[in-house]
Ligand binder design. Structure first.
Ligand code: SF4
Length: 247
C-alpha cells in the first residue's frame, strides 16, 4: 500500500503538542478561498512522492527520540489526509504500537465511515471549523458544513481530544452573530481542549499565481489585532475554553 505525500516536516512545533513529524498528504476535495496550500489539491501530482507504510515508518522512527518530551509525535495534515484513509490508518496504528502520539489535522468534510476507520488510532484531532453557517461554508470552501459538524459530534461523543482551528477572515468569517453560534456549538462538545484562531494571511497567494488559479480574496486584508482579540474574548467567554490567537 502506498500513500501519496506532498511533503514531510520533521521538526514542527505548530501542529499539536511537543515536537512533531508532520506528514502533508497530497489531495484535497475542498477549495477554501484562503487556502495557502493549493499545491496539495490535486489528487495525483508529479510533485508528490509515493511512500510505503514501512518507508514512512522508518522516517518517523528516526525522530522518535525527539518526541519523548512534551508528548510530541506525528501529525497527518494536508491536503485532506482522510482521502487516503487506509494508508494513514496503517501508519497511525504502527505509531501507536511504537508508543508514538498520533494527531490528525483534518477539515472533517468527509464521510463519517472514513473517519471511523482512524478513530481507534488517533490520540488527537486538530479539527477545522471553516464556517458555522452552512451556506457561507459552501461559498467559502465549495461544500456545506453538515459532515464537518456531524463528525465533530462523533468525536465529542467518543470523548476524543479535539483542538478546534478557525481561520478569521475579515468580511467572511468574523461576523459576530456567526461567531457566537460557533462558540455555542463548541461549548456543546465534550472533548475540546483548546481553540486556535488563525488570522487570515496572504503568504500562499504566490502559489495560486504559479498554478494559474483565480484568487478571489486579493482585496481582503489580514484581520486587525483588535478584531482577533474581540473574537477571542467572545469564544472564550462562551466556551470557557482557552482560545489561542497568533497576533
Ligand atoms: S481543507 Fe485545507 S488544504 Fe483543503 S482547500 Fe481547505 S485550507 Fe486548503
Amino acid at each position: 500500500m502506498y500513500g501519496l505525500i506532498h511533503s514531510i516536516d520533521t521538526f514542527s512545533t505548530l501542529d499539536g503538542p511537543g515536537i512533531r513529524t508532520v506528514i502533508f498528504m497530497q489531495g484535497c476535495h475542498l477549495r477554501c478561498q484562503y487556502c495557502h496550500n493549493p499545491d496539495t489539491w490535486a489528487i495525483q501530482s508529479n510533485n508528490a512522492k509515493r511512500y510505503r507504510v514501512n518507508e514512512l515508518m522508518q522516517i518517523i522512527l528516526r525522530s522518535k527520540p525527539y518526541f519523548a518530551n512534551q508528548q510530541g509525535g506525528i501529525t497527518f495534515s494536508g491536503g485532506e489526509p482522510l482521502l487516503q484513509t487506509d494508508f494513514i490508518r496503517s501508519v497511525l496504528e504502527n505509531c501507536q504500537t511504537n508508543g508514538i502520539h498520533t494527531a490528525l489535522d483534518s477539515s472533517l468534510y468527509v464521510k463519517t465511515s472514513l473517519l471511523k476507520k482512524v478513530l481507534p488510532y488517533t490520540n488527537l484531532f486538530l479539527a477545522d471549523i471553516k464556517h458555522f453557517d452552512s451556506d457561507k461554508s459552501h461559498k467559502l470552501t465549495g461544500l456545506p458544513n453538515d459532515l464537518n459538524l456531524a463528525n465533530l459530534r462523533l468525536l465529542s461523543a467518543a470523548y476524543i481530544p479535539i483542538w478546534i482551528r478557525y481561520v478569521v477572515v475579515p468580511g467572511l468569517t468574523d461576523d459576530k452573530t456567526d461567531v457566537i453560534k460557533l462558540a455555542n456549538f463548541i461549548k456543546s462538545l465534550n472533548s475540546v481542549e483548546r481553540i486556535d484562531l488563525l488570522p487570515y494571511h496572504t503568504l500562499g497567494v504566490h502559489k495560486w499565481d504559479i498554478l494559474a488559479y483565480q484568487y478571489e480574496l486579493d482585496q481582503v486584508l489580514p484581520p486587525s489585532a483588535e478584531d482577533i482579540k474581540s473574537i477571542q474574548n467572545i469564544i472564550a467567554n462562551i466556551t470557557n475554553i482557552k482560545v489561542y490567537a497568533n497576533i
